[in-house]
Design a protein around this ligand. Structure first.
Ligand SMILES: [Zn+2]
Ligand SMILES: [Zn+2]
Length: 356
C-alpha cells in the first residue's frame, strides 16, 4: 500500500522554501492527527528562513516550519479519550516530558526535554496535517474562530508576561514594541483587568493599530521622551509594569530607567547582542524587579476562556492572509515588509483565505 501524502512547505536551506508532497504523519497511541485550518508566521519562522539558525538551534536538514495553529481532529490514537474526531482545537506546540522538576512544578516551559514544533530538527505545521500529543490540544468553543485559536500561541506569550510581572488591575502597564507580541501583550493586559495601558513603537502604522486595539495612549520613542510623556499621562505615577517586546538594545536599557520606582520589568524581546549597558545603580536604588521570559506555561485554558468572553480583540493583528501554496510570497513579505505587516496567516486550503 502506498503512503498517503499531503502538501507541506519545506525549508531546504535558508531562503529556499518549496511546497511539496510529503507523507501524512500517522498518530501514535497518545496523539491526534489534525487537519490544519490556519497557521501564523512567527518571527522565529522568518529568522530560520532567513538565517537558518537561532542561537544553538540550527537548520541542518530540510524542515517544515510553523507552530501557531488551529484545526480539526481527523484521527485519534488508541489511548486518546478526552478529544474526538471532529473537534475544533488550538494546538500548544511544545510537548514536554511531564517528569522533570520543571514539568512537575508547573514551569514546564523550562523543560530541558521539550519537543517544540518548528525548532530544528522538529517539524512544524506549515502543512495540511500534523500530529500532536493529545494533551496539547485545546477545544475551541463554537463561537471562537480558527484564527483566534491559532493566535492563542503568540497571545500566550503576552499572558505569560502578565504572570511573570504579577500584573493586577491596580497597575499601569507600558508595552514597548508593537509587533504581534506587543499588540497581544496589550490584549493580555486587558485580560488582567488593566485599564491604563500605554505603548511605544517607532512605526506609525503600529501605533495606530495599538490605539484601535484599546491602548490608552501611544508614544514614539524616536522623537518623544517616553518617561516624561508617561508621567504627564498618569498624573506623575508612571508605569508600574513595563513589558519590553521590541528586542531593541536601546529599548531594553531604557526599560530600567523608564519604569516607576519599585516597578517591574518583563523582558520578552531578545536583543541581537548578548551584552547591553544597564544602569545597575538605578535598578538597585529603585528596587526594581526584572523578569526574563521563555515561551509560556499553563496559558491555553485561560486564553480560551478569555477570548470567548468577547471583550478582547486579537484578530486585528492579522494583516495578511495567504494560501500554503504561496508560502514563499508570504515569508518574503514577513521578512521584508515589517513596517506594514503584523501577523500573516497561512491556510492549507486556499478556499479559506478569502473567508478569513
Ligand atoms: Zn510564535
Ligand atoms: Zn520536563
Amino acid at each position: 500500500m502506498s503512503e498517503k501524502t499531503m502538501q507541506a512547505a519545506v525549508l531546504n536551506r535558508p531562503l529556499d522554501i518549496e511546497v511539496k508532497q510529503v507523507p501524512i504523519p500517522v498518530p501514535k497511541a497518545d496523539e491526534v492527527l489534525l487537519k490544519v485550518h490556519c497557521i501564523g508566521i512567527c518571527g522565529s519562522d522568518v529568522h530560520y528562513y532567513e538565517h537558518g539558525r537561532i542561537g544553538r538551534y540550527v537548520v541542518e536538514a530540510p524542515i517544515i516550519l510553523g507552530h501557531e495553529l488551529s484545526g480539526v481532529i481527523v484521527e485519534v490514537g488508541s489511548d486518546v479519550s478526552h478529544v474526538a474526531v471532529g473537534d475544533r482545537v488550538a494546538v500548544e506546540p511544545g510537548v514536554t516530558c511531564g517528569r522533570c522538576d520543571y514539568c512537575k512544578s508547573g514551569r514546564y516551559n523550562l523543560c530541558p526535554d521539550v519537543v517544540f514544533m518548528a525548532t530544528p530538527p522538529v517539524d512544524g505545521a506549515w502543512a495540511e496535517y500534523v500530529t500532536i500529543r493529545s494533551d496539547f490540544v485545546f477545544k475551541l468553543p463554537e463561537a471562537m474562530s480558527f484564527e483566534e485559536g491559532a493566535l492563542i500561541e503568540p497571545f500566550s506569550v503576552g499572558i505569560h508576561a502578565m504572570n511573570r510581572g504579577r500584573v493586577t488591575p491596580a497597575d499601569r502597564v507600558l508595552v514597548t514594541g508593537l509587533g504581534p507580541i506587543g499588540l497581544l501583550a496589550v490584549q493580555a493586559a486587558k485580560m488582567y483587568g488593566v485599564s491604563e495601558i500605554y505603548a511605544t513603537d517607532v512605526v506609525p502604522f503600529r501605533r495606530e493599530l495599538a490605539l484601535k486595539m484599546g491602548v490608552t495612549a501611544v508614544f514614539d520613542p524616536s522623537s518623544e521622551d517616553v518617561k516624561q510623556k508617561l508621567a504627564e499621562a498618569t498624573a506623575g505615577h508612571g508605569a508600574d509594569v513595563l513589558v519590553e517586546t521590541s528586542g531593541n538594545g536601546r529599548a531594553i536599557s531604557d526599560a530600567i530607567t523608564t519604569v516607576r520606582r519599585g516597578g517591574r520589568v518583563v523582558l520578552v524581546g531578545m536583543p541581537a547582542k548578548d551584552d547591553l549597558p544597564v544602569n545597575i545603580n538605578h535598578l538597585i536604588d529603585s528596587e526594581l524587579d526584572v523578569f526574563g521570559l521563555f515561551r509560556y506555561a499553563n496559558t491555553y485554558p485561560a486564553a480560551v476562556q478569555a477570548l470567548s468572553g468577547g471583550k478582547l480583540d486579537v484578530e486585528q493583528v492579522i494583516t495578511h492572509r495567504f494560501a500554503l501554496e504561496d508560502i514563499k510570497e508570504a515569508v518574503e513579505m514577513a521578512r521584508t515588509q515589517k513596517d506594514t505587516s503584523i501577523k500573516i496567516m497561512i491556510y492549507p486550503d486556499k478556499q479559506d483565505v478569502a473567508k478569513g
